[in-house]
Design a protein around this ligand. Structure first.
Ligand code: AMP
Length: 214
């Protein structure tokens, strides 16, 4: 099952992608995670991307499209994948369609996680992330059992640089201007499915299951 998860930062795409990917046994391909790992490891891509992530801006299309194309060509993506955080612009969506045709991989659906803007900002301001495995917690609704320590792997949790209020505003602007047009783009192509992303992780997972058919 080849899926794209769309939605504003903080809508919960990453959390839902992890849950579903581990259940249906397909890779969870998160471009944000790929960039954060590249930055941590000091690779050339990391050096190029760092300034964009720090400012809450999108990394240039050419860089992201190349990375995703290479990742989707790997053998583990043949039976399925969940693309989380890509595409984020119309040129990226066009590039993805070309890559999928070339690779012979059919896109089953694009799931759009929708959520009220105030709830989004509240979520982002109480979000902490595991430095090692990327698991996301919410200090209000879903805190780690031991403060500062990831439930899944024991790694250290931290506030992502780009979850600070000034950068959140910039990321939401980028979303509205460059990513929101993808909703209409995929709707016109008959691929868009909506999931209301407010509420608990479990409720959203149930809504997602109804949309993608488990
Ligand atoms: P995320 O973890 O998905 O919120 O992504 C974190 C940051 O990585 C974004 O704010 C961008 O700077 C960068 N990024 C991730 N995915 C993309 C993409 N598809 N296009 C451009 N930049 C991206």
């Amino acid at each position: 099952m080849h899926l794209v998860f769309l939605g504003a930062p903080g809508a919960g795409k990453g959390t839902q992608a992890k849950v579903l990917a581990s259940r249906i046994l397909v890779p969870h391909v998160s471009t944000g995670d790929i960039f954060r790992a590249a930055i941590k490891n000091g690779t050339p891509v990391g050096v190029e991307a760092k300034g964009f992530l720090d400012r809450g801006e999108l990394v240039p299309d050419a860089v992201v499209c190349r990375i995703v194309r290479e990742r989707l060509a790997e053998a583990d993506c043949r039976k399925g994948f969940i693309l989380d955080g890509f595409p984020r612009t119309v040129p990226q969506a066009e590039s993805l369609s070309v890559s999928l045709v070339e690779l012979g991989l059919p896109l089953k659906a694009v799931v759009n996680f929708t959520i009220d803007r105030n709830e989004l900002v509240a979520r982002l301001s109480s979000r902490v992330t595991c430095r090692s495995c990327g698991t996301v917690f919410n200090l209000e609704s879903n805190p780690p059992k031991v403060a500062g320590c990831c439930d899944s792997c024991g790694g250290e949790t931290y506030v992502r640089e780009d979850d600070r209020p000034e950068t959140v505003a910039r990321r939401l602007e980028e979303y509205d201007r460059k990513t929101a047009p993808l909703e209409a783009w995929y709707r016109e192509r008959g691929l868009l499915r909506e999931v209301v992303a407010s509420g608990t992780v479990t409720n959203v997972t149930a809504a997602l299951d109804r949309v993608v058919g488990g």
